[in-house]
Design a binder for this molecule. Structure first.
Ligand SMILES: NC(=O)c1ccc[n+]([C@@H]2O[C@H](COP(=O)([O-])OP(=O)(O)OC[C@H]3O[C@@H](n4cnc5c(N)ncnc54)[C@H](O)[C@@H]3O)[C@@H](O)[C@H]2O)c1
Length: 228
């Protein structure tokens, strides 16, 4: 009598990096990088720190990084005292620090030029992140843009480092819809999230559920881009 060898089960012998990220999000052990610490990025970084995550804040302006290291706010909606949860955050002008994060959120400016958003800073951020991105990470674009930006512009830049989107890392778009200065807080404003695949959407939705009360998912990034 012979005993059949157990079938190969590569999925069991190697852990799935995206499944590991889901665990790190639910256990708050994931490190979150926010690229662009302005009216959108700084309140988000604060909410993420309040939710219990380690935060890496990346901004191109050295004075802003110096202010945050000193616990000083430069945003009218936030006082210095409000920033207390960010006192353990790491702030830097070095975009390569995104390589130390499990979730990377891009919130750089996309100013309108001749009626269309100028995406050069998104391109710059995407190219740098692509060079340093970890396997198993999630990248979320929050900058305002037009439909197609996430899959046509951002994904190819992120893949330049050799990793494949939706297999090695997750990607999603989530528009910022908070009106700064209004009474509608980040937590109370439903967050629209559309990932490249259902698994990307699920990871991004799980992440935002740690900072907002309601997450609304869309079929993909284009629908989320159109929601803005
Ligand atoms: N502020 C709003 O009311 C609002 C609302 C919805 C959507 N948005 C969108 O969110 C995005 C960000 O807007 P914002 O209001 O936070 O802009 P902002 O100018 O207040 O902040 C952007 C930050 O990004 C930094 N930055 C610029 N280039 C960078 C780079 N290459 N790497 C790292 N940091 C960089 C800037 O120094 C600045 O601190 C834009 O696409 C905007 O259209 C803004």
């Amino acid at each position: 009598m012979s005993t059949a060898a157990p079938p190969d089960s590569p999925t069991l012998s190697h852990s799935d990096p995206l499944a590991d990220l889901a665990t790190a999000i639910s256990e708050r052990t994931a490190t979150i990088a926010v690229v662009g610490l302005g009216y959108v990025g700084l309140p988000l970084a604060l909410a993420v720190a309040q939710a219990g995550f380690d935060v890496i804040g990346i901004d191109a302006v050295p004075d802003k990084v110096a202010a945050l290291r000193a616990g000083r706010s430069y945003i009218s909606d936030l006082s210095d005292a409000d920033l207390a949860p960010l006192s353990t955050g790491r702030f830097t002008t070095d975009p390569a620090a995104a390589g130390d994060a499990d979730v990377v959120i891009i919130a750089v400016p996309t100013p309108l030029r001749d009626g269309a958003p100028d995406l050069s800073l998104v391109e710059q951020a995407g190219a740098t992140i692509g060079r340093v991105l970890r396997r198993g990470a999630l990248v979320i674009l929050e900058s305002t843009t037009y439909p197609g930006t996430t899959d046509e512009l951002l994904v190819p830049l992120l893949e330049r480092g050799g990793l494949r989107a939706a297999r090695d890392f997750a990607v999603a778009f989530s528009p910022e819809r908070v009106d700064p200065g209004s009474r509608h807080t980040l937590r109370a404003t439903p967050k629209v999230v559309g990932g490249l695949t259902p698994s990307c959407t699920g990871l991004a939705a799980a992440f935002y559920a740690t900072v907002v009360d309601e997450v609304v998912t869309t079929r993909g990034p284009r629908e989320a881009e159109m929601a803005k």
